[in-house]
Design a protein around this ligand. Structure first.
Ligand code: HEC
Ligand code: HEC
Length: 256
């Protein structure tokens, strides 16, 4: 039967199962760490080779193109071809894709229901809102699984402040009458400055009343969740966050 199919189609049918398959992605990760991370970075952030996580080129290439690049290399560049068997190349491609795909489009390990309990117990809701419930100091997480990759979610929870979420600039301001308020700058013009404090209260300061504004790169999100929660609770928490999406996850779909 297979022989009657056009070659390319047979190849596609044989090849696709690796994509979005957690076991293949895990195998691909091992290969990636051994053969690719030296040039493309441990989490695809780039180095001698380009960023494979959220680089423009990788996002514009389809799975077949990435497969070809990995198998054949890029002639005239540092990117070598790979002698790996095809299924192993597909596993690496699946892993590279998983680096940048929204978490909600991936099959993710862990127990979401328990993950929600971990989320409540850890006090995440003090600073984050989901569907209108929770604090305002940190970003709204209602659609976080639909807009962030799994790796990025893990990084956000395990290493807060490694790269601050857009629109969340921590600062401490001191007024001329000696008050000090720390929080997130929401709006800052020549005339005034808005700041949300830890309790979610919005403060509006006139520039003329401010003695000092100190921006920091330090996230107010607590560090040390990885150690505090342990591996299993962290996996469940990430499963819960991954499922937070305003669109239902479509298996096999690739969203940008
Ligand atoms: C010796 C360094 C090196 C190694 C090892 C390497 N790459 Fe590359 N890779 C590069 C460079 C440099 C480029 C950019 C090539 C060009 O000029 O277009 C590249 C390009 C790519 C691209 C295309 C990127 C894009 O934005 O379109 C992919 C995909 C890729 N590499 C994946 C891999 C994978 C997967 C592995 C491991 C199997 C790997 N690379 C190993 C250096 C390397
Ligand atoms: C004291 C307040 C606070 C607590 C508690 C807190 N966060 Fe955060 N979180 C923030 C702030 C502020 C940011 C934005 C700055 C940054 O990126 O670090 C943030 C960023 C994030 C991001 C990245 C959001 C994005 O848009 O990329 C995620 C995900 C996240 N937090 C999840 C959690 C989880 C899960 C918990 C509980 C385990 C938690 N946070 C506890 C304040 C908090």
């Amino acid at each position: 039967m297979k022989l009657l199919l056009p070659m390319a189609l047979a190849w596609t049918l044989a090849a696709q199962p690796a994509m979005n398959d957690p076991a293949a992605i895990e195998r691909g990760k091992q290969t990636y760490l051994g053969s690719c991370a030296g040039c493309h970075g441990a989490t695809g952030e780039g180095g001698r080779g380009p960023n494979l996580r959220d680089g423009k080129l990788i996002r514009r290439s389809n799975d077949q193109q990435v497969f070809q690049t990995v198998q054949k290399g890029v002639p005239g560049s540092d990117m070598p071809g790979s002698p790996l068997p095809e299924d192993q190349v597909w596993a690496v491609v699946a892993y590279v894709r998983a680096l940048g795909a929204p978490a909600s489009s991936m099959a993710v390990a862990g127990d979401k229901v328990h993950g929600e309990r971990v989320y409540r117990a850890a006090g995440c809701a003090n600073c984050h809102a989901i569907n209108g419930q929770g604090g305002a100091l940190g970003p709204d997480l209602t659609n976080i699984g639909g807009t962030r990759s799994y790796g990025l979610l893990r990084e956000s929870v395990e290493k807060p402040g490694e790269r601050l979420a857009a629109g969340f600039q921590p600062a401490t301001v001191t007024t001329r009458d000696g008050r000090t308020v720390a929080g997130m700058v929401k709006n800052h013009t020549n005339y005034n400055l808005q700041l949300v404090d830890k309790s979610g209260e919005l403060h509006l300061f006139q520039a003329a009343d401010l003695a000092d504004v100190r921006f920091t790169m330090k996230s107010p999100m607590p560090e040390g969740y990885a150690a505090k929660l342990g591996k299993e609770d962290m996996t469940d928490l990430l499963a819960y966050l991954s499922g937070l999406s305003v669109r239902p996850a479509i298996r096999g779909a690739r969203t940008r």
